[in-house]
Design a binder for this molecule. Structure first.
Ligand code: NAD
Length: 452
């Protein structure tokens, strides 16, 4: 049993770790400056939506292996390890904003205890060189005689699968040069039986950015191919299946749609771009990845505009607001960008999301939030599906058709069964479905289409 303090313990990563480490039998205190979150957590209520989290939270609170506080003086002294999980959002130029990290490092340093040794585990996604920065700040504030080591241990979890990914990681990356501290952190991860990659700080920090940039590149790649499919009359789902079957490529992250979002991919690609520029390079690939992503959202709105012959005063139902299914997180969500673009063009946006309603009420006050997808579709000229919540696939589309004023279903995630939707008399359009569009054009105007 190790005594662990998780700084940023009210956030997605920090809360996931606080709960999972307690589940593994450790004595954990989650520390967060957000007093409201801490109060909720101590009552056994999770401030974030994540499958399995409320049950695991309550189990470990009840077993007295887990508690939450806002007080560094209560949490840091007596902890063998301090997990640093604060946010690293983007500044306006894309660079990582390290204010939360700096402030947390100073507070940790101040509360180290002379004569003890503490291991600080950098979990947050931090630009290359930040481990040295954290060590410098902690050293500046630490009392004399307090010893510490910093280990870089980037996190790869996915929202919507936080506990699964923490407890069953593909790999654990540990960066640093303090062999004893590396060994202790490696032992902590031992029960998870994941491969452990040991490296230096800088490589560990870069692995995280390179991993996210690669995944984002796969998404933008298939979205670029989707655009080509629409022009050339091909079907991107078949193309993706055909290329993904090659084991060198693999099928995952090849789902065409309205692009990636969330608190990680856009900010991490942006921060890596700034790191490359800062190193005197010209990160053309990374810039293109972001541009294709923004374009995917613009094109989705443009298509609605085209099909409805203008968006002014059109009623649009948005199905899904979270950046992906399984979460209530709206950060950098393509759906949010799309809702804003629609409203800028005069459309009336009605929306449904199974988990993100509360966050949406704050983030999108002008959107009419509805209790069900059918309610959102009521009186709508078009439905735009933005988040691939599985429940949308199983809807009764006859009921959807009856409730709508128009008949257009734009599927921004290629989630729905096109024939099922069409059987209800609705007009279905996915992303990168050039073959369908060619068929529809052919049916509408056989001679022109054949001659084109
Ligand atoms: N969310 C993800 O899916 C994910 C996945 C992998 C890595 N990461 C990285 O992990 C880090 C955290 O991400 P997140 O999504 O959990 O962020 P988050 O914003 O949900 O959580 C950060 C928490 O830190 C708290 N905090 C801020 N300053 C503090 C301070 N000085 N002392 C104590 N607490 C403080 C905030 O109140 C908040 O609860 C980021 O660097 C992110 O890039 C996130």
């Amino acid at each position: 049993m190790t005594r662990i303090c998780v700084v940023g313990g009210g956030g997605y990563v920090g809360l996931g770790y606080a709960v999972a480490l307690a589940e593994l039998g450790h004595d954990v205190v989650g520390l967060d400056i957000a007093a409201g979150r801490v109060a909720l957590l101590n009552q056994g209520t999770s401030p974030i939506y994540e499958v399995g989290l409320p049950e695991m939270l309550r189990r470990n609170l009840d077993a007295a292996r887990l508690r939450f506080t806002t007080d560094y003086a209560e949490a840091v002294p007596g902890s063998d390890l301090v997990f640093l999980c604060t946010g690293t959002p983007s500044l306006s130029d894309g660079e990582a904003d390290l204010r939360q990290v700096r402030s947390a490092a100073a507070s940790i340093g101040m509360h180290l205890v002379p004569g003890t040794r503490t291991i600080i585990v950098n979990k947050s996604t931090m630009p290359v060189g930040t481990a040295d920065l954290v060590a410098g700040i902690v050293a500046e504030y630490a009392p004399e005689g307090a010893r510490f080591a910093v280990i870089s241990n980037p996190e790869f979890l996915r929202e919507g699968r936080v506990l699964h990914d923490i407890l069953r990681p593909d790999r654990v990356v540990l960066g640093g040069d303090d062999e004893e501290a590396l060994e202790i952190v490696a032992e902590l991860y031992g029960p998870l039986q994941a491969p452990i990659l040991r490296t230096d700080h800088r490589s560990a920090e870069l692995i995280k950015y390179a991993a996210n940039a690669f995944l984002a590149t796969k998404i933008s790649f298939i979205n670029d191919i989707a655009r080509l499919c629409e022009r050339l009359g091909a079907d991107v789902t078949d193309v993706a299946e055909g290329i993904g079957a090659d084991e060198r490529i693999g099928p995952r992250f090849l789902h065409a749609g309205i692009g990636f979002g969330g608190s990680c991919f856009p900010k991490d690609v942006g921060a890596l771009t700034r790191m490359a520029e800062g190193a005197g390079l010209h990160p053309g690939l990374l810039r293109a990845v972001m541009e294709i992503n923004r374009d995917a959202q613009r094109r989705f709105v443009a298509r609605a505009d085209e099909l409805l012959a203008g968006l002014d005063r059109r009623v649009i139902a948005i199905w899904g607001l979270a950046f992906k299914e399984g979460t209530d997180d709206l950060r950098e969500s393509p759906a949010v960008a799309i809702a804003e673009m629609l409203m800028e063009r005069g459309a009336i946006a009605r929306a449904h999301d199974p988990a993100a309603r509360e966050n949406a009420a704050r983030r999108l006050p002008r959107v009419i939030l509805c209790d069900s997808p059918v309610e959102a579709a009521t009186g709508a000229d078009a439905v735009m599906l933005c988040t691939p919540w599985p429940e949308y696939r199983d809807l009764d589309f006859t009921e959807v058709a009856r409730s709508m004023s128009g008949d257009i279903i734009l599927d921004g995630r290629n989630l729905l069964d096109a024939s099922h939707v069409a059987a209800a008399g609705l007009r279905y359009e996915g992303i990168g479905k050039g073959a369908d569009r060619a068929r529809a054009a052919d049916a509408a105007s056989p001679q022109v289409a054949r001659g084109a």
